[in-house]
Design a binder for this molecule. Structure first.
Ligand code: SAM
Length: 255
């Protein structure tokens, strides 16, 4: 199966810009929410699927400590390179990096106490297959915690951002690239996918966090870290600004 949309995270300057402009503002606060829900124990083994620049992996490494083990996997070698360049505290678990698709995780059955995946599932070409893979590599008594944007809620910055890109004359780099619904998931769809993955116990919750940008310019720079950018380098001014700040984001996690 084609990895279609996944390739947007590999191309051009997206990984570095994602880490610089999007991770601290959006993805690190959400990573704290997700890792907290996994209730990681010291010495545990953790897989972070679609790790990107590694915000979840680093928080997990801190939580499980030096006797634990963390693997950060992603389809994009460029994302993994950005993650590997970040410093690791000696009091954390070491982090290994694994280049593979979420639909074919290169790990043995039952190898991890916890499998985490933040804002990756919606991009996978085979969502059901990737959830089954996450369950396969998790221990029977382990936990799988995943987050996606919740499609029932306003998608904050990304809606206005794609409107600005369209107004600036950008053509859709791939089908539905400008449709925020294409990178969020609704509750019914999640339940269907999860029931097929046969998790023993399922919790679905919707969480809201506020993301506040100090000014429209900083807010507008988030476009540079978006996968859309890979399809249209140089088309939008650096400050092509939405002024959507503060912005409330909603996400759904399930375990
Ligand atoms: C929105 S980013 C999230 C990154 C990270 N989890 C975070 O929260 O910062 C989506 C990530 O999914 C990865 N990805 C997309 N398709 C993938 C696939 N089929 N298999 C594995 N990783 C994939 C991308 O390379 C990218 O790093």
């Amino acid at each position: 199966m084609s990895e279609g949309r996944s390739q947007g995270f590999t191309a051009g300057s997206v990984p570095e810009a994602y880490d610089r402009f999007m991770a601290p503002q959006l993805f690190e606060p959400w990573a704290r929410e997700l890792v907290g829900r996994a209730k990681l124990r010291r010495g545990s083994s953790v897989l972070d699927v679609a790790s990107g620049p590694g915000a979840v992996a680093r928080l997990a490494a801190a939580a499980v400590g030096p006797d634990g083990r963390v693997v950060a996997s992603d389809i994009s070698p460029a994302m993994l390179a950005v993650a590997a360049a970040q410093s690791i505290d000696p009091a954390w678990a070491p982090i290994d990096f694994l280049e593979c698709s979420a639909t074919a995780i290169n790990a043995a059955e039952g190898s991890f106490d916890a499998v985490l995946c933040q804002q990756g599932l919606q991009f996978f070409p085979d969502r059901g297959g990737s959830l089954q893979e996450m369950c396969r590599v998790a221990r029977n008594d382990g936990v799988v915690v995943v987050s996606t944007w919740a499609s029932e809620r306003p998608l904050g910055l990304f809606g206005p951002m794609t409107e600005v890109l369209q107004e600036a004359g950008m053509e859709e780099p791939y089908p539905r690239a400008f449709d925020p619904q294409s990178y969020s998931l609704g509750a019914d769809e999640l339940r269907r996918l999860l029931s097929e993955a046969r998790l023993q116990e399922l919790i679905v919750e919707t969480v809201e966090l506020d993301a506040v940008w100090r000014n429209p310019r900083r807010c507008g720079r988030h476009a540079h870290g978006n996968a859309l950018w890979a399809g249209y380098p140089g088309a939008v001014r650096r400050d092509a600004g939405t002024s959507a700040c503060p912005v409330r984001r909603s996400t759904r996690t399930f375990a």
